[in-house]
Write a protein that binds this ligand. Structure first.
Ligand SMILES: Cc1cc2nc3c(=O)[nH]c(=O)nc-3n(C[C@H](O)[C@H](O)[C@H](O)COP(=O)(O)O)c2cc1C
Length: 308
């Protein structure tokens, strides 16, 4: 037997203990209900739902997805049901699950984030918030907040004030010094930091001689961004004393283990799930097998080992 349990919010009263370190990444498994027929999502450590806004959103014009070498460009534009419907229709389903569900929130102003956090506070079925200050595909807010330490801290402090839930803050790689942003959000009250969101990119349709995506630019995810994610996890884990959740191109158990060894306490699987819907479970099984083969009894012994 190996112990896979990890603590995501050691500073939060009561903590946020996961049975294992494998989570789904926001926007890549909807509300979790859609996946239930493909694999047992309850076997994971936690699920992060699609980015949620105060009002429902239809998202950006089509096309919104483009495959690239080793990656995927998306410009969904935060299509979601809105916070009221989430509370009315999704949270009651989650309340019957063992699996902790984290709600990813996004806004155009600091006040939007605070209002979202306030509305979600104390709702049964919601174990925490992931504050998305890193979406590259919306005109107002999103990654603009995450690009600078001051604005990132301002959003974090406003959410901290409005909620009694654990807060994960999700950072953008589209910034000049991610460690500085991480330190600012940690000081402003984040319980953990998720990174990375997508890298801003684009593609051109050479026949039409026009940008391929309806939104012109999009966010790059998938295996192509894993080395960038790994570097940023390593940087941030060395700069803050709260848990780091690694995300970006994780496709196999060895990708996940690299992130954990760089300093991530947990990991999120996103784009990999589009080509292999069972990817999060495959990653989990692979981590367990690696630990058994290497004689490691507790996953916590692997967190940050590459840093020593
Ligand atoms: C189609 C799609 C939709 C996404 N939607 C969100 C979102 O709503 N909120 C968010 O914080 N991140 C969102 N992301 C970013 C992912 O959660 C993740 O940070 C990123 O894709 C990198 O991980 P990956 O390479 O494993 O996909 C989205 C990614 C994709 C591909």
């Amino acid at each position: 037997m190996v112990s896979l349990s990890v603590q995501l919010a050691p500073k939060y009263p009561g903590g946020l203990l996961l049975i294992n370190p494998v989570m789904t990444a926001s926007g890549t498994s909807g509300y979790g209900t859609e996946d239930s027929h493909m694999f047992d999502i309850q076997k994971l450590g936690a699920m992060v739902c699609k980015g949620t806004t105060l009002e429902p959103r239809n998202g950006n014009p089509q096309p919104r997805l483009a495959e690239t070498t080793g990656g995927l460009l998306n410009a969904i534009g935060l299509e979601n049901v809105g916070v009221d419907t989430l509370i009315k229709e999704k949270a009651p389903i989650w309340a019957s699950w063992q699996l902790p569900v984290i709600v990813n929130i996004a806004g155009g102003t600091v006040d939007d984030y605070a209002r979202l956090a306030g509305q979600l506070d104390g709702v049964a079925g919601i174990s925490g918030l992931e504050v998305n200050i890193s979406c590259p595909n919306v005109k107002a807010g999103g990654a603009d907040f995450g690009a600078y330490p001051d604005s990132a801290a301002e959003v974090t402090a406003a959410v901290r004030k409005a909620t009694s839930s654990p807060i994960l803050v999700k950072l953008t790689p589209n910034t000049s010094d991610i460690a500085k942003v991480a330190v600012a959000v940690a000081e402003a009250g984040a319980d953990a930091i998720s990174l990375i969101n997508t890298l801003k990119g684009m593609a051109i349709d050479i026949t039409r001689r026009r940008p391929l995506l309806g939104n012109i630019t999009g966010g790059l995810s998938g295996p192509a961004i894993k080395p960038v994610a790994l570097y940023m996890i390593y940087e941030v884990a060395g700069a803050v004393d709260i848990p780091v959740i690694g995300c970006g191109g994780i496709t196999t158990a060895s990708d996940a283990l690299e992130c954990i060894m760089a300093g991530a306490s947990a990991i999120q699987v996103g784009t990999a799930g589009f080509s292999n819907p069972g990817a999060p479970l495959d990653v989990l099984e692979g981590i367990e097998q690696f630990m058994k083969k290497e004689g490691i009894k507790d996953i916590n012994k692997l967190i940050g080992v590459a840093r020593n």
